[in-house]
Design a protein around this ligand. Structure first.
Ligand SMILES: *Cc1c(COP(=O)(O)O)cnc(C)c1O
Length: 393
């Protein structure tokens, strides 16, 4: 076609070359390795002189199809898919930094990322300074001569802080830093970090990309030279995505845009409704005018995303009662599912922290996180209403 296709069309139409069966949907390539008819072709494959598949730890047709779609959506040059979101995060650190390097990381990040940067990286001589999302003076003061990378997540999990990507991009350019963004919560359809100069973009494909709570997956896309370094690291250390998971995730990308429309509409409807609920102290959602970074959110995001959080009156006890009273919503640790999910960080994911540590990362006692599903919104709201009422009894 003469016209460049829109990324949404590419996410539906990019497809591995058809086999002789002329199948419409891509078949599953469950094979650990690939054969060669001639020794010379195999030699050339190992010498990177052709792009033949060698071994599924390096590449596989299903995985390549998924990566090509993600590159189209993020408008990124190249990518590599991993077994989980965390292996994507970890590989991006290990491949691009070395002993003696310094990392800047926003203070509110996903729990396992927090553990990697504070517990494991220092063991290998990579130090980290946590910087508060909106404190520009603190960002400037934290830069050292050996600072190599800025890592951030926006919106953050679970506090939904929004970080200014335009400012972060200029900051990285000024200090010559690799700009690495976890874009899991927004997805490329709501926010494209490349537009603000991001060099590396990471996703947990487990969340909105799968969208149905079935498989784990991760993906790293970005600048070709940096992705090549990450590819070499992953090819040798082995966090590859399985062909089956890639097949599931590639098909999921075909419906991501329509799913997100409903997720975001439901999340906004629930957030707006809860603002006037007497059992709720406050509600946080990027596209509510009361969100502290509302202006930044509407500047860099198309919609507010599928997650909202609120503070229930009555603290930890009321939070637990709320979960116990839900009849429709699922109580589970995942998010980004077709089924709406409620969780209570203070008594679960963040229960091992002290009160002071929880306060430092913004986890208040009655914080409830809702991942809005695809159900009829009023059914979800009615369940939340009745559980809120019971939580106060
Ligand atoms: C879930 C999540 C991850 C980790 O992804 P897994 O697929 O569970 O390994 C990383 N970042 C964010 C923001 C997440 O929500």
């Amino acid at each position: 076609m003469s016209q460049e296709l829109h990324p949404i069309t590419k996410a539906i139409r990019i497809q591995t070359a058809k086999t002789g069966q002329n199948e419409h949907s891509t078949p599953l390539y469950l094979t650990s390795s690939f054969t060669f008819d001639e020794a010379e072709t195999m030699r050339a494959a190992f010498a990177d002189e052709n792009d033949k598949n060698i071994y599924s730890r390096f590449s596989n047709p299903n995985v390549d199809e998924f990566v090509a779609k993600m590159c189209a959506l993020e408008e990124a040059e190249d990518g590599f898919a991993t077994s989980t979101g965390m292996s994507a995060v970890f590989s991006s650190f290990m491949a691009l930094m070395k002993n003696g390097d310094h990392l800047l990381c926003c203070s509110s990040v996903f729990g396992s990322t927090y553990t990697i940067v504070n517990k494991y990286l220092p063991r290998y001589g990579i130090t980290c300074t946590l910087i508060p999302a909106g404190d520009k003076a603190a960002w400037e003061a934290a830069v050292q001569p050996n600072t190599k990378m800025l890592y951030l997540e926006t919106p953050t999990n679970p506090q939904l802080e929004v970080i200014d990507l335009e400012y972060a991009g200029l900051f990285c350019k000024k200090h010559n830093l690799i700009f690495n963004v976890d874009n899991c919560f927004a997805t490329p359809l709501l926010q494209q970090p490349v537009k603000y100069g991001a060099d590396i973009i990471i996703h947990s494909a487990t969340k909105w990309i799968d969208g149905q709570g079935r498989v784990l997956g991760g993906v790293i896309v970005g600048r070709k030279d940096l992705i090549h370094e990450i590819y070499l690291f992953c090819r040798n250390t082995g966090p590859a995505m399985s062909p089956f998971n890639a097949w599931v995730l590639s098909k999921s990308l075909e419906t991501l845009d329509v799913r997100l429309e409903r997720h975001c509409a439901n999340a906004l409807k629930i957030a707006e409704d809860l603002q006037s609920n007497k059992s709720v102290t406050w509600v946080k959602y990027p596209f509510l005018k009361t969100h502290p970074q509302y202006e930044i959110a509407v500047k860099q995001m198309k919609r507010g995303g599928g997650v909202l959080c609120f503070e229930i009156k009555g603290g930890v006890e009321a939070g637990r009662k709320f979960l116990d009273s839900l009849e429709l919503l699922s109580v589970t640790a995942n998010l980004g599912d077709s089924r709406s999910i409620a969780s209570h960080p203070a008594s679960t994911t963040h229960s091992k922290l002290t009160d002071a540590e929880r306060a430092a990362v913004g986890i208040t006692p009655g914080l409830i996180r809702i991942s809005a599903g695809l159900e009829y919104a009023d059914d979800v709201l009615n369940d939340i209403h009745q559980a809120l009422e019971k939580s106060q009894a």
